[in-house]
Design a binder for this molecule. Structure first.
Ligand SMILES: Cc1cc2nc3c(=O)[nH]c(=O)nc-3n(C[C@H](O)[C@H](O)[C@H](O)COP(=O)(O)OP(=O)(O)OC[C@H]3O[C@@H](n4cnc5c(N)ncnc54)[C@H](O)[C@@H]3O)c2cc1C
Ligand code: SF4
Ligand code: SF4
Length: 471
């Protein structure tokens, strides 16, 4: 699975020039409607709202940059003003994504299934992210780590911190599945005079950090910035998270850990150790309408493709984590933790492409909830016949890409050329005819040009599954 890569200085120079500061006043006024960011952030409870949100564009994931002294970078760094992912790829990797899995997963050198030999208690999965960051502090590789701890008195409200000790970073293990203004902590890096820092964050946050990297080096004198990315999709504000858990659990107040699993169900672990499960097909979608922020519905970097090392789970078998090494630095980071890791296989089964036309129809005209016996059958088919392993990751990324493209076209159509990167159309090109027939418009804007064919062969392990699974 390994694909070699190298960075070139020429690309670095041209990209650094292209992400130089852009004055906000020169941007399209349609980006700013005078109302501040749309859906989501008005309910954020972490800090005083009005002052924080003033001057931000209509799409905003509250990454923290605008809360920091870096705020002048917003116009040139914010992924919701202009997605610069493909420029940053050129700087970081010396190239853009190749056809095939890189279109969905981003540029990578190597991909692994791995887990800690001794899982970290309270971690989201086995604790690779915080164990690695703690190791970096122990070895003196970095002087501080930007990570998201919990707000005192809550389990899931994020509180970004600049951890200076292994114990502090280990204590930040576990997801706080809400928008978290992590970039604001670069002010703390500046105040502490740190030169070697690690950043842990979601794809949008990593875009803003990469696009501000030259400024961070110049202003803060940063000598080293290591980035550990976590995949991310459908994030919410803390009040909406509370609402979500109330809708899906019989005891929301006692949930200590939850995750959307690769077996097509939500697992919620309670204080007494019991695990409550809810199949995706049983979600009360009518009551969840509108909980996702506009920014997360306009996001196209599920796999956190600009990190040095991405650590998720969704391409791996249940119980394992999914690692994508993207840069030489990412490989060096993985080597630091390798003695504590067990490595496994990355299987792939099912054929996502057979179900995608049906998914497109459902996206265009959402059907009602099927009766319970049909839902049970669908859940069984998803688990046993649906995409699994890497094919599950491909399926989920493609579906979210379609859903978010549709959202942008419905709600922020004028922004499409700026915020939808070209690789999205290339990724989805295999379904172009289905898309055109169902949505009555072409998939790709004319400027993107003809899309290359999808290169992976269909998985032969399930030659005649009965019906396309409705995932
Ligand atoms: C909102 C959200 C959605 C996710 N969706 C997916 C997904 O669909 N597929 C997938 O493969 N992986 C997803 N992940 C990542 C995955 O759930 C794990 O976080 C990741 O695999 C690391 O597990 P770990 O045990 O190594 O992490 P741990 O050692 O437990 O450390 C978790 C790290 O995540 C950081 N973190 C927690 N919450 C946030 C936050 N809100 N913003 C920024 N950083 C945070 C913490 O600071 C900590 O450093 C998601 C994470 C989040 C926060
Ligand atoms: S996402 Fe970040 S950079 Fe963009 S407007 Fe919001 S806080 Fe600012
Ligand atoms: S879904 Fe996208 S925009 Fe929202 S927090 Fe995650 S990476 Fe950021």
């Amino acid at each position: 699975m390994a694909t070699p890569t190298s960075a070139t200085d020429t690309a670095a120079a041209s990209t650094a020039a292209s992400v130089a500061s852009v004055p906000a006043a020169s941007l399209d006024p349609d980006l700013f409607d005078g109302q501040g960011p749309s859906k989501g952030l008005r309910e954020t409870t972490l800090l005083s709202r009005d002052a924080r949100l003033a001057g931000r564009p209509r799409l905003c994931s509250d990454c923290g940059l605008c809360d920091s002294q870096l705020h002048a970078q917003m116009a040139s760094a914010c992924v919701f003003v202009r997605n610069r992912g493909e420029e940053i790829e050129q700087r970081l990797f010396g190239r853009n994504r190749r056809d095939g899995d890189e279109l969905r997963f981003g540029v990578y050198q190597a991909m692994h299934a791995a887990r800690m030999r001794q899982p970290l208690p309270h971690a989201q999965w086995s604790g690779i992210v915080t164990s690695l960051a703690a190791r970096m502090l122990e070895r003196g590789e970095v002087e501080g780590v930007i990570t998201a701890a919990s707000m005192p008195g809550t389990r899931f409200a994020p509180r970004p911190i600049l951890a200076r000790t292994p114990a502090e970073v280990l204590a930040s293990a576990g997801n706080k599945p809400c928008l978290s203004p992590n970039l604001a902590l670069f002010d703390a890096v500046r105040a502490a005079g740190l030169r070697r820092v690690a950043f842990i964050g979601t794809g949008c946050q990593v875009h803003m950090v990469r696009a501000s990297e030259a400024r961070l080096q110049a202003d803060l004198g940063l000598e080293r910035l290591d980035i550990i990315g976590i995949p991310c999709s459908d994030n919410v504000t803390y009040p909406d998270l509370t609402y979500f858990l109330e809708q899906v659990s019989r005891s929301p107040a006692t949930i200590v850990h939850y995750e959307f699993m690769q077996d097509y169900s939500l697992h919620m672990r309670h204080e007494d150790g019991q695990v409550e499960r809810l199949n995706f097909i049983d979600f009360p979608m009518d009551r969840l309408e509108g909980i996702f922020p506009s920014a997360c519905l306009s996001c196209f970097d599920y796999a956190n493709t600009l990190a040095d090392l991405t650590v998720g789970y969704m391409g791996s078998p249940l119980g394992w984590q999914w690692l994508l090494v993207r840069t030489d630095r990412g490989q060096a980071l993985l080597d630091l933790l390798a003695p504590d890791l067990e490595f496994g296989a990355l299987p792939s089964a099912g054929d996502r492409r057979r179900g995608m036309p049906r998914y497109l129809q459902m996206l265009h005209q959402p059907p009602g909830k099927p009766p319970r016996p049909i839902r049970r059958l669908i859940a069984w088919l998803q688990r046993h016949r649906g995409p699994r392993g890497l094919e599950f990751a491909r399926a989920i990324i493609e579906m979210k890409s379609f859903r978010n493209l549709d959202y942008v076209r419905q709600h922020f159509a004028r922004f499409e050329p700026r915020i939808v990167p070209g690789h999205v159309y290339r990724t989805l090109a295999a379904y172009g005819e289905d898309y055109a027939a169902i949505f009555q418009r072409p998939l790709a804007p004319a400027a993107v040009g003809p899309a290359p064919p999808v290169t992976e062969p269909a998985d032969p392990s399930i030659p005649s599954a009965p019906r396309p699974p409705e995932y």
